[in-house]
Write a protein that binds this ligand. Structure first.
Ligand SMILES: Cc1cc2nc3c(=O)[nH]c(=O)nc-3n(C[C@H](O)[C@H](O)[C@H](O)COP(=O)(O)O)c2cc1C
Length: 169
C-alpha cells in the first residue's frame, strides 16, 4: 500500500476511535502557565501509577513540557467545549479565558471545572516519530463527582448521552 494512502487510512481509523479530551498544563521556566488540548492520553500502569500522552514536535511549548519535569492532566467535563477549543487554537491568550491558579503542592496551573485532575512528575520521555511520549507518575488525583467527562469523536465534542447507559444493560 502506498505511503500516502496508508496515512489517509490511518487518519480515518484513528479519527473514528472515540476518546475523552484532556488539557495538559505545566509552568514554563519564566513562571508562565502553558497548556494544550490533548486526546492521546492513556492509562499505563497501576504500580506505580503511570499515564502517558504524546506531544507533537511542532507544538510551541514542547520544550517547556520536557524541561519542567511535571504536568497536570485535566480530564475535561462535558460542558468544557470552549476550553477544549481555546487550548487547541494558536495565537490566543489561553489562560486569560479561564479560571485557574497554581497548585500549592506542585506549582502546576490548575484550571477549574474539569471532571478530574492528575498532577504528575515526568517518569520518562520517549521519542516516537514526530511526537515525544511523556509518561507521568501520578502524585495527586482530584475528581469532581458533580461532573461528567467529555466525549470526542470525529471532531465532535459532547457529554455522554443518557441513552448510552440504557443501551448497555
Ligand atoms: C481534540 C484534540 C486533541 C488533540 N490532541 C493532541 C495530542 O494528543 N498531542 C498534541 O501534540 N496535540 C494535540 N492536539 C493539538 C494541540 O492542541 C495543538 O496543536 C496545540 O494546542 C498547539 O499549540 P501551540 O499553538 O502552542 O503550538 C489536539 C487537538 C484537539 C482539538
Amino acid at each position: 500500500m502506498a505511503g500516502e494512502q496508508k496515512q489517509q487510512l490511518f487518519k480515518e481509523a484513528m479519527g473514528n476511535y472515540p476518546t475523552g479530551v484532556t488539557v495538559v498544563t505545566t509552568a514554563a521556566a519564566n513562571g508562565e502557565p502553558v497548556g494544550l488540548t490533548v486526546n492521546s492520553f492513556a492509562s499505563v500502569s497501576l504500580d506505580p501509577l503511570l499515564i502517558l500522552w504524546s506531544i507533537d514536535h511542532k507544538v510551541s511549548t514542547i520544550q517547556e513540557f520536557v524541561k519542567s519535569g511535571k504536568f497536570a492532566v485535566h480530564i475535561l467535563a462535558g460542558d468544557q467545549q470552549d476550553l477544549c477549543m481555546t487550548f487547541a487554537t494558536k495565537g490566543v491568550d489561553r489562560f486569560s479565558t479561564c479560571k485557574w491558579s497554581f497548585s500549592p503542592e506542585y506549582n502546576l496551573p490548575i484550571i477549574e471545572g474539569a471532571f478530574a485532575v492528575l498532577q504528575c512528575n515526568t517518569f520518562k520521555t520517549v521519542e516516537a516519530g514526530d511526537h515525544t511520549i511523556l509518561i507521568g507518575e501520578v502524585d495527586d488525583i482530584q475528581i469532581n463527582a458533580d461532573k461528567d467527562p467529555m466525549l470526542y469523536h470525529r471532531r465532535h465534542f459532547a457529554s455522554i448521552p443518557a441513552e448510552f447507559y440504557n443501551t448497555n444493560k
